[in-house]
Design a protein around this ligand. Sequence first.
Ligand code: PMP
Length: 430
Amino acid sequence: GPRSRELLERRAAAVPNGLYKAHQIAIESASGALVTDVDGNTFIDFVGGIGVLNAGHCPPSVVAAIQEQAAKLIHFSALVGTYEPYIALCERLNALAPISGPCKTILSNSGAEGVENAIKIARAATGRQAIIAFEGAYHGRTLLTLTLTSKYTFKKTFGPFAPEVYRAPFPAAYRMGVSEEEAVERCWEAFERILVAHVGPEAIAAVIIEPVQGEGGFIPTPREFMRRLRDFCTRNGSILIADEVQCGFGRTGTLFAMEQMAVEPDILVSAKSIAAGMPLAATTGRAAIMDKAHIGGIGGTYGGNPLACVAALEVVRMFDDGELLRRAKQIGAIVRERGAIWLRDIPLVGNVRGLGAMLAIELVKDRATRAPAADEVLEVVQYCAEHGVLTMRAGLYANCIRLLMPLVITDDQLHEGLDVLEEALHVVAQ
Ligand code: PMP
């Protein structure tokens, strides 16, 4: 529409091109799982602000909490003093984190900051420096987190990167063309080789992993692989960091994906859907570890801003009765059922996978070679947008379509969106 076009032109003139946008749309408002653009067109949202809106767009109780808080206190800074919403939220997160024993939490503004805090604390607690991160990982765009991130298109001219980060292969079974068991064995062998060829175990402060790899293509970490990492960290005195920025806060059918992994992390990072769109991240971990960062060493002006904290407290309350988690499992089952049909009927669809409602469809040019179909993904995303459904790509090879619809989506909206996606897959496959 004309108003969207005008805004897009203004963006091009005022904002650097380096800020990518998946869609040529300009948004005015949103509610639940629907967004409306400045020309009055409505879309079904399968992106959810990149996994931020599990509780839906503008949940009324969150809006009310923010409005009420805004009239009382917008900002104070936890570096200056204390205010109740910050403490109340940390108490709730400490109790909810899938970590036994006493926990503590520090708040910040973004997933990247939450991860940086985890790494700093792990280094302080161990007196070591080396970090092991995985191929296909995404941990953010600040210098340290961009170093941890494993996709060259994000990095390009931005080096030099931070030292003491080592890369291990991730058991991405479908991409590797082997069974999950075989992928685990091969990647574990590679992990052990790294300890001989690249960095000694005594130097390793932490291993950081996404329980479900997000940007890398929505690949759940095999439980057995997570178990071995846990075992290694325990024996070696290293810290296991779970980056749940994208997979956390209900996406996978449990509040945290680690609840489905049978082992505990030492530190867990949450962000995105934690506060229904307010900028907030939480780094939660064993109290004895969290207290190791020196006084004044962590924190920032805005981290745990009162508005973000009351929003998060309301989101936590929305998850309390378990209804949203049940809905996540239900959405997952519905999408998987449709995905099974696509796998049967559309050769372009190579793999449908994920955990709970964190699901992706991987497109391939040829099922035998599994050659990534990245252009086709863009065509599907484009077709869906033209037909009223917003989706977004993912994957190390940019050949996956990720589904991150708000969990409050209605059955009708979900089926309508999946119908459009199905049509798009058929059209592009031809
Ligand atoms: N970790 C993971 C797993 C993520 O998916 C992201 C964002 N996509 C980040 C960290 C970084 O979060 P932010 O963009 O809020 O800095």
